[in-house]
Design a protein. Sequence first.
Length: 368
Amino acid sequence: MKYSKFLINKNYYFSRKNVLKHLPSNLLIDSYKCISKWKGYAPTPLLKLNKLNQKLKLKNIFYKDESKRFHLKSFKALGGAYAVEKISKRQNNITVSSATAGNHGRSVAWGAKRLNLKCKIFVSKYVSKTRVKEIEKFGAEVIKVNGNYEASLKQCEILSKRNNWKIVQDVSKKNYKYIPQLTMAGYSIIIKEISKQTDQYITHIFLQAGVGGLAAGLVAGVAKYFKKIPKIIIVEPDRADCVLQSIKNNKLKKIKIKKESILGGMSCNEMSLVPWQILKKASDYCVSISDKHVAKTVASLKDKKFSKISIVGGECATPGIIALIAICNNSKIRKSINLNQNSNVLVIGCEGNADFKLYKQLLSKGRK
């Protein structure tokens, strides 16, 4: 495996104070206090990819398995549903709305169902029928938009303003920060759980990014819950590397996506504002990867090639593994970021077979 681009962040400076300025500690504390009381809550497994770490000559590779997160099969269950609960204040006379590539919409719809709220979810033409059905299971009305994710978001904003719906979005802007901060605070629980699941010092974290919400939420978790700061590597599809391009240019950069990535939830043309404020200095490196390695990685997880147990990881669970293998295959880069026999690496298996049809297709392709 090879990466497409590798970037050193020349402006790197990790400040716990600065990170928690943009995603306040009180939100992180409240999210755990709230979500840990939900029916069915349990920490997701922290697995070891022991076969892969032997092959790559690393001490440990930890895999946080978010396929077990409630019944939504994705880390997104932590964000949208938590935001819905906080903004609704348990009033059932409001309608919530959101634009989604799939998993965030499921979380918002689930959160609305928990509180008996009406819910409108906007999706682009690229969102699969399987993901739409999964959203509709929770009673949400799905509104299809002829365009990409950005088009669905714009339509969501227009109709929500017209109908006085409460937008629960994970994309922050200048005058829209609080609700995205709530979703990211929900994601930070992943790091709190990890801090209790191992006493090993995590030396490197590979974090996948679309608009950057998951990555920023977990970086805030690192600032809050980890005693030592690991090296943070952001991973994106090479067709949509808006974080890499923004850090390279030291300003928010909107890119043009010529062809959508199979990593649908990560196929974004512009970073969210709060994640940019956090990641522009707190991330050490950025890596972009090709779609061509996704199917093989999905199959390798399932077929016990990376560990002693079979792991169900969807397409967006693979980028951290792909980037790690690619970097380890480049001796110069590997040495420069101190990946060695003493390294404890963390990758985030951010989803299971949330899109079961696509998962089966990738599994079949990856086994050829």
